[in-house]
Design a protein around this ligand. Structure first.
Ligand code: ADP
Ligand code: MG
Length: 298
């Protein structure tokens, strides 16, 4: 039943790092030479592991996340000459029982990749063509959403950061044992674009206006973001000349974050958004400001 399934899976999949470990080992078993790992919100919103390995054959797809199915062993002798990380056929099924899972895969023989959606029992519920090259991408969404107590365990910033550190250490370990493997991790990828006035050599700003002309967008949506505004003003103030104090710098900034990282329904007019990892966004903005205007005086 459901309880037994949740109990047994929770022994394999206890954390973000255990998901990442199982998925990387599957990629290595599929002879991948490149693995890209993307995390959103420390992996709790999204974990994505993409490899350029052999891919999963169409005939194997219906069984890939069924408990105790493995393509790696076909007789008991195989167990004695085991060369793969996996052989229990447990990981993918266990991940399905504690998260929403998408598997996109293409073998050398396939014309194009297909993305499969899996339910909590590891059954394929839908499929659609996709554009990815050879290999497999496993996307794990909303980990532990159905296990509130476990999720609660990772609710503090400190726990989340510890977990991210463990993922980094794990990747380093695989990088050491597999020197030819290209392995990359990104967390909360943020993209900044926009216009910020340049600081001139005489330490003035290039674009000033007699009225407030600043615009901040998150995912193309105009927002009120006081912390970001304050940060930008702090950096400006050190390059603003005294006789310019009645003028305002002209700028706009569009911050692109993963859709799962924002909650737009905070106020009815949607100008206030809730950023799920505001510190990372502020840090990214601050890095740009620092490179443009120099560090703030201590
Ligand atoms: P195990 O690794 O013990 O076989 P898993 O549950 O981890 O069990 O994976 C189940 C099966 O799904 C694997 O045996 C393999 O056939 C397939 N599979 C999973 N991930 C990948 C991948 N990244 N590339 C190719 N095949 C994969
Ligand atoms: Mg495995």
């Amino acid at each position: 039943g459901e309880t037994i399934r949740l109990l047994s899976s929770s022994q394999v999949i206890t954390s973000v790092v255990s998901v990442v470990k199982e998925l990387i080992e599957n990629s290595l078993d599929a002879s991948a030479t490149g693995i890209d790992i993307k995390l959103e919100n420390y992996g709790f919103s999204k974990i994505e592991v993409r490899d350029n390995g052999s891919g999963i054959k169409v005939v194997d797809v219906p069984f890939m996340a069924i408990k105790h199915y493995t393509s790696k062993i076909s007789c008991s002798e195989d167990l004695e000459r085991l060369t793969t990380y996996g052989f229990r056929g447990e990981a993918l099924g266990s991940i399905c029982s504690v998260a929403e899972v998408l598997v996109t895969t293409k073998t050398a023989a396939d014309d194009f990749s297909i993305q499969y959606a899996l339910d909590n029992n590891g059954h394929v519920t839908s499929k659609k063509p996709s554009h990815l090259g050879q290999g497999t991408t496993v996307t794990v969404l909303n980990l532990f959403k159905n296990l509130p107590v476990r999720k609660q365990f990772y609710s503090t910033n400190r726990k989340c950061k510890e977990e991210l550190k463990k993922v980094q250490d794990l990747l380093t370990a695989y990088g050491i044992i597999k020197p030819d493997l290209r392995i990359a991790l990104t967390h909360n990828k943020i993209n900044l674009s926009g216009f910020l006035p340049k600081a001139e050599s005489d330490s003035s700003l290039t674009s000033l206006s007699s009225s407030e002309r600043s615009f901040i967008f998150i995912n193309n949506r105009p927002v009120l973001q006081k912390e970001i505004l304050k940060l930008i003003r702090q950096y400006y103030s050190q390059v603003m000349q005294k006789d310019c104090t009645r003028l305002y710098p002209v700028f706009f900034l569009n911050i692109t974050v993963p859709a799962s990282a924002v909650d737009v329904n905070v106020t009815p007019d949607k100008t206030q958004v809730l950023l799920h990892y505001k510190e990372s966004v502020l840090l990214a903005v601050e890095n740009v400001l620092k490179s443009l205007y120099g560090p703030l005086p201590a």
